[in-house]
Design a protein around this ligand. Structure first.
Ligand code: ADP
Ligand code: MG
Length: 383
């Protein structure tokens, strides 16, 4: 990939890049729609990711090209601010804009991106391109940001320029990923631990439903609002900063304050999902993958029935998995409404699983899903 990107960079910009970097995507193993509720999440970085080749230029311009998109852009470096045009270039532009607002001298740069993460599928290609841009410039120019600062800047870009009120999990996961480990992140304090993920005789399968996530952003923002409503109601009796300060037991003492059934369902999902992450971390520490798998199924059921962010495509994948004897756990991952599911699949059954899932899914949905087997891998690196 490095060589291919070098060649493509030379074709595009008629010189060699100064440096090439790689940043992974991520899956969330468990703890969904929890980050903006200040609880625990358990993501890990994956082998799919985004490469970026960069070279400084002397003409005070930023040029952006991606092998994944036709649109390319050239911007004067003193006019770099994101626009409300929905273009992919807003992600790197947003990062550079934040760096400049932070007083950093960036000069001009030519960029070439390439990602092998399925885009818009819940594996965080957006966080990956944000951190890829931020990590590359920070490293190359010695800008002096630490990794957590880069994560916060990238989240800011997603919130302010892309308009998604997302939490910090995605950017954190791709920036702090470690091979063979899951990150257990407290999204309120930003303290984190890593847990060894010894999959033993299993592999991590990622199943892309290939369903475009229409309406995903507006539904996502609606869930954020619904959780805020639940929080406001609870705060008439107790003082809370976020829903995840309550475990299921404490929540039961106050849940009568939430009379709207939908809002109650949303809050119930959040509180119980957060409890599940604690249990899942214990299960991993004890090497109890069967228990981890059961928690994955419980998480999916809750996202489907209480949080209502699944859909017939994701449900078809998880339903298939629950009937397939060589899978011990499966759930949707990411925001939902389409995108990807993950499954713990017994080694040696990859082909059999792919074949039978494809038949089942295509029969039910009308087009095939895509299946990847991924390792849990490291965060950003210079190649
Ligand atoms: P997800 O993060 O789940 O993949 P998003 O909708 O949040 O989905 O982000 C996808 C967007 O991120 C793309 O539409 C594009 O604007 C940008 N993006 C991601 N990867 C690339 C890439 N390799 N090249 C250019 N833009 C990218
Ligand atoms: Mg995204």
């Amino acid at each position: 990939m490095k060589i291919k990107l070098e060649e493509k960079f030379a074709e595009q910009y008629h010189r060699n890049p100064d440096a090439i970097y790689f940043t992974p995507g991520r899956v969330n193993l468990i703890g969904e729609h929890i980050d903006y509720n200040g609880g625990l999440v358990m993501p890990c970085a994956i082998t799919l990711g985004t490469w970026v080749a960069i070279a400084a230029n002397n003409d005070q311009k930023f040029r952006f090209k991606s092998l994944n998109f036709d649109v390319q852009t050239e911007v004067d470096s003193n006019k770099i601010h994101p626009k409300d045009n929905g273009l992919w270039t807003n992600y790197p532009i947003g990062i550079i804009n934040e760096f400049i607002r932070g007083g950093k001298e960036i000069g001009g740069f030519d960029f070439l991106f390439y990602g092998n993460i399925p885009i818009g599928s819940g594996l965080s290609s957006s966080a990956s391109i944000e951190i890829a841009t931020a990590f590359a410039l920070n490293d190359h120019l010695n800008l002096g940001y630490d990794r957590l600062e880069l994560v916060k800047i990238a989240k800011q870009v997603e919130n302010d320029f892309i308009g998604l009120n997302s939490g910090i999990m995605d950017q954190f996961a791709v920036a702090f990923g470690e091979k063979g480990k899951a990150i257990v992140l407290d999204c309120e304090t930003l303290k984190y631990k890593t847990v060894n993920v010894d999959l033993g005789k299993y592999v991590l399968a990622i199943i892309n439903t290939n369903k475009p996530r229409e309406l995903a952003d507006s539904q996502y923002n609606k869930r954020v609002e619904e959780c805020q409503k639940a929080l406001n109601l609870l705060n008439t009796e107790i003082t809370l900063h976020n829903l995840c300060e309550l475990n299921a037991e404490k929540f039961a003492l106050h849940s009568h304050l939430i009379t709207d059934e939908t809002i109650l369902n949303r809050a119930t999902h959040v509180v119980k999902e957060n409890d599940r992450v604690h249990l899942a971390a214990k299960a991993l520490n004890n090497g109890n993958l069967e228990e981890f798998g059961r928690l994955m199924y419980a998480s999916h059921k809750s996202l489907r029935e209480l949080y209502e962010v699944s859909g017939k495509e994701l449900d078809a994948v998880v339903d298939f998995c629950s009937e397939y004897e060589h899978v011990i756990g499966a759930r949707m991952t990411g925001a939902g409404f389409g995108g990807c599911a993950i499954a713990l699949l017994e080694k040696g059954f990859e082909e059999n699983f792919a074949k039978h899932l494809t038949d089942y899914y295509t029969g039910k949905i009308g087009y095939p899903a895509a299946i990847y087997i991924s390792e849990i891998s490291n965060g950003p690196i210079k190649l």
